[in-house]
Design a protein around this ligand. Structure first.
Ligand code: AQP
Length: 344
């Protein structure tokens, strides 16, 4: 297997209601990885339209995610920030991967089952094929590391399966076209830290999500201090005081979630949080959590607002990132065409 240049790739869908789960599970990690890797952070607008989006809102949501990236501290000069639809090679490679991936693999994807629900016949073909496009997003840059929340683990495994099958199916052609053994790397998920799956504030068995009908279920990156404080105060808990040890959180999903959020925001562990707040009432802990959350998010929210007031600037960041991304993507796609046997 060839040695691959290390490259981080990840993305967020511009489907509105960007929330604390997206921030802790993904965006904050994107920021942390910038010193160690070359990074590509994408606004995955082609994934967004697997469920119908209002075109005007989609444009605003693309800018909102871009603003969140920049406001959180992603350096778009040093790294690459762009929107997916600008780089046509994502779709081109996705088609090749549609022909590599097996129906049985995609049929097992729990996210499709959850999102399509009972009305499977009415779901878009794009929603079903979503993981093949996700594999193309990463592999068109031969990405090696992918920071994501825990909910994306299964899709990442599928990306590895697709890369492996492509390498096997075309092994002779890969060698014949002068490439090293194993044209695509097997991308590794980076799922670390105390908040890899932030749960709904209203129901500790459901993940915090953009599409939950209850706005009280999530803290949005656009919420102001009062909204954050209200949502945390109203967050569901149980009548017991907080335990002093992690073991005491077992079976107490809502409490575990709030402790995990605190730990992630404070850059500490659940154990450390419990040693400080264990034995105390939820009201005291919730007040401290609200203060911490406001402290961390307010500067990001303020910067996002400032950036969103100048859409021309955001669009120019995306255009510049798209141009740089396409240079890399074209190189991979040219090689893929040769390997597959297309004439170009
Ligand atoms: N609750 C979460 N906890 C931790 N990480 C999360 N992510 C999403 N929700 C949580 C991570 O955020 C990144 C971007 O997610 P996405 O926009 O591509 O799509 P998603 O996972 O479908 O996000 P949502 O917000 O939950 O949307 P809906 O409601 O449409 O399903 C990913 O890395 C994801 O893991």
């Amino acid at each position: 297997m060839a040695a691959f240049e290390q490259r981080v790739f990840s993305g967020v869908q511009p489907t509105g209601n960007l929330h604390l789960g997206n921030y802790l599970g993904a965006i904050q990690k994107f920021v942390d990885l910038q010193d160690a890797y070359d990074c590509m952070y994408c606004v995955v607008d082609m994934h967004a339209i697997t469920v119908w989006q209002n075109p005007l809102e989609l444009k605003n949501n693309i800018r909102e995610v871009t603003a969140a990236y920049l406001a959180a501290g992603i350096d778009a000069k040093k790294h690459i920030v762009f929107n997916q639809s600008r780089v046509p090679q994502h779709a081109e490679l996705a088609w090749v991967f549609n022909c590599v991936a097996r129906m049985g693999w995609l049929n097992r994807m729990t996210q499709f089952k959850e999102k399509a629900g009972k009305d499977r016949e009415n779901a878009s073909v794009g929603l079903f094929a979503y993981p093949a496009l996700m594999a193309a997003d990463i592999l068109v840059y031969r990405g090696t590391h992918v920071p994501v929340g825990d909910d994306q683990k299964q899709h990442l495994e599928l990306s590895r399966d697709i890369a492996q099958k492509f390498n096997n199916d075309f092994s002779e052609s890969i060698a014949g076209n002068g490439h090293e053994d194993g044209f695509f790397p097997l991308p590794e998920p980076l799922i670390t830290g105390p908040a890899t799956r932030v749960m709904s504030l209203r129901d500790g068995s459901k993940k915090m999500s953009k599409s939950d009908p209850s706005d009280l279920s999530r803290i949005k990156l656009s919420d102001d201090a009062d909204q954050i404080a209200t949502k945390i105060r109203k967050a569901r808990t149980d009548p017991e005081p907080l335990p002093s040890e992690k073991k005491g959180l077992e079976g107490r999903r809502e409490a575990e979630n709030l402790v995990g959020i605190y730990a992630a925001l404070a850059g500490t562990s659940a154990e450390a949080v419990l040693s400080e707040f264990g034995g105390g009432q939820f009201s005291t802990f919730k007040q401290a959590l609200a203060d911490l959350c406001i402290d961390k998010l307010a500067p990001i929210t303020a910067e996002m607002r400032k950036l969103q007031a100048d859409p021309g600037h955001i669009d120019s960041v995306l255009a510049n990132g798209g141009d740089r991304a396409e240079v890399l993507a074209r190189k991979t796609m040219d090689a893929v065409k040769d390997i597959v046997g297309f004439i170009r």
